[in-house]
Design a protein around this ligand. Sequence first.
Ligand code: BDR
Ligand code: CA
Length: 307
Amino acid sequence: RHSIIIDTDPGQDDALAILLALAHGDALDVLGITAVCGNISVRSTAANALKVLALAGREDVPVYLGAASPLVGGLVTAEELHGAAIMDGWDLPVSSAAPRPEFAADWLIETVLSKPAGTVTICALGPLTNIALAVAKCPEIACRVRELVLMGGASQGGNMNAVAEFNMFVDPHAAARVFSAPIRKTVVSLDVTSRLLLTEHELGRLTMGSGRLAQQVGKLLNLYRNSLMAGAPRALHDPAVIAWLLMPEIFSGRALNVEIETSPGFAYGQTIVDVNGVTGRPANAFWLTDADKGAFYALIGHALSKI
Ligand code: BDR
Ligand code: CA
């Protein structure tokens, strides 16, 4: 069983990723959730995480408050994409739990140090601020983590400017720190999630299940799908991180060098991916490029029917 920490800013697709992980308790042990600012303020992302746990009947999973702002500059949020409360469409229970008192990055460090080296995987579903703070405070954790699987970046067109993806754009300075740390990384970028677009066909398959969540999730994903980004269908980005842990065989990718653009300007937040290997810089990430869409949605549909 794989021990994981989910660092997240729920967020519709984050919520689904959390549910996907919890539905696979046989394979994944969710040690805790660290909330970060991103889609909305960190107080709200933590509150949303608690509600998603309540929905899954898993209020035993601890939630920690993390960074309230990026390392540099102010927070850019995504309310317009996910709804004002970021979880529009979800009929979420009120959670009786509260975030734990410890700061997310401190808990993350303690947890990674307390477990045998190479056993804890971090799933990063939002901006990398908490991870960068943890690595800055305790660089040893970089080598102790089994893997950091992160959603972010794009080599072929962004969703915030022409080249930058949201999670990287919100805190490129954090991303730059994380990409330069000696931590094993797998990147789920827009390159791969754009292969996982949520169309009517997938939606129909997801809502076929009789589980108590299937219908509700169907309703909200319909809303999510209709809040088109630039008129284009939307992808379920963050669940692909969890899918990578459960079914790596449905993905393809390759080891590449990735650097982050932190200078202000048109390319702010870009992941500069050396696809042709021209820089001579060593590979620092495993960059996913494709996924089996049918298998991915079957995995999510199955998870929903289990909860
Ligand atoms: C990422 O941005 C957020 O809005 C989503 O939750 C996802 O993590 C996609 O660019
Ligand atoms: Ca997210």
